[in-house]
Design a binder for this molecule. Sequence first.
Ligand SMILES: C=C(O[C@@H]1C=C(C(=O)O)C=C[C@H]1O)C(=O)O
Length: 379
Amino acid sequence: MGDDRSDWSGEERLGDLRKEIDTIDRELVALLNRRAKCSLEVGETKKGAGDCIFKPKREMQVMERLLVQTDVLPEQHLRAIYREIFSSSRKLQRPQRVAYLGPEGTFSYFAGVEFLGHCADYLPQNDIEGVFRSVASGESGLGIVPLENSLHGTVGQSLDLFLRFGVRIQSELFCKISHNVMGRVKDLASVKRVYSHPQPLAQCARWLRSNLPSAGLVPVESTAAAARRAMSDPEGVAIGHIQLAQLFDLDVMVRSIEDLPDNWTRFVVIGRGKETGLANDKTSLLFTVPDKSGALSSMLDAFTRHGINLKKLESRPMRGEKWKYVFFVDLECDLEHEEYRDVMADLEANCLTLRVLGSYPAGPSLDVSAEDGAETPQP
Ligand SMILES: C=C(O[C@@H]1C=C(C(=O)O)C=C[C@H]1O)C(=O)O
C-alpha cells in the first residue's frame, strides 16, 4: 500500500539522518580531542609560568563569541555543553579539587557543579572555615563560599575568613535559591517533624505556620543532613534543594515554599592564584583607615575622584582589636589593571592598609534551584 511505501521512505530518511549524525559525532570527538590537546599545551605553558588554571574571564569571552554564532541550538544548551568542555579542559591541565560546604546536596554543592561542571573533584567540608583552609593549604585548587544573600545580607563569617586566610576571589556567581518539602510521608497531615538548616526554616516560616502548624521544626547542620534525617523518619520531611529528593530517594511533596520568591545568593570562587592579562569587571578590596575625622570619607572621595562605582561597602570588626573596623568594598572596575596604577597609589595614600581580595568578571545568574539546573538571565 501507498502508506507502506511512505513509511519505507521515512525509514530510509531516518537511516540517512542517523548516518549523518554518526559522521558528525566522529568529527565532533576528533575536534574535542584537538581542543583538548591545545588545552593541555596551554596547561604546560601555565605550569612553566606558575600561572593559575582557572581563567573565568577567558571562559566568558569564549562563550560570548560562541553565543553569537549559535543557530538552532538554544543559548542554555550551548552554555551547558561548554560548561562541561571547560570543566574537562581545566581538569586535563591540572586535576583540581573544589572545596565546598558539604555534604553533597547543599546549595554550595549545586552552585559549584552548575558553575564549574562535573569534571572537578568536589571536596566537602564541615564549615566555611574548612573551605578557606583547604584552599589556603593547597589541598584544593579552588573553593566555593557564600558571600551574601539578597534578603539576609552579608555572610559575615565568609568576610571574616578573608582576614585570616590569604586567598583571592577568582570569580563570582549569583544563584537563585528555592525550597521544597520532601519526605517519605503519605501526606502533609501526617508530618510531625520538619528538618532543615535554620536559614531555610526562617525563609519558609510563613508557609510552615499556615501549612504545618503542629509539626516540630528541627534545625540541623545542612539541608543535605535534613534530607538524610527525613530518609529514616516516616513522619519527618526535609526542606531544601529539589535534587535532594533524587539523591536521598524522597518524594517531592510541595515545591517552592519560600515566603519571598526572589531569593538570590552570591557565591565566590576562591583560589590562591592571580589571573593576569585580561581586564576584569569588578574588584573586591579590604582596607583600614586611621581613627580620625574624615578618614573613611577621604577614601570614598578617592573612588569618586576616579569615577569608580562602589557596588558594596561593609564594615566588620577587626580581629583582636576591639572597636576597630575593617572595610570591605566591591568596585566596578579592574583596579589591578595597569590603567588604574595611579588610582591605586591615590587609594593607598588615603588609608592605613589595603589588600586586593581579587579582580574578577561580573558573574552569571544561575537558577540552581531548578531540577535540571537551567540558567536564567540576570535578576
Ligand atoms: C585553555 C585555557 O585554560 C582554561 C580552560 C579554558 C578553555 O577550555 O577554553 C579557558 C580558560 C581556562 O579556564 C586557557 O587559559 O586558555
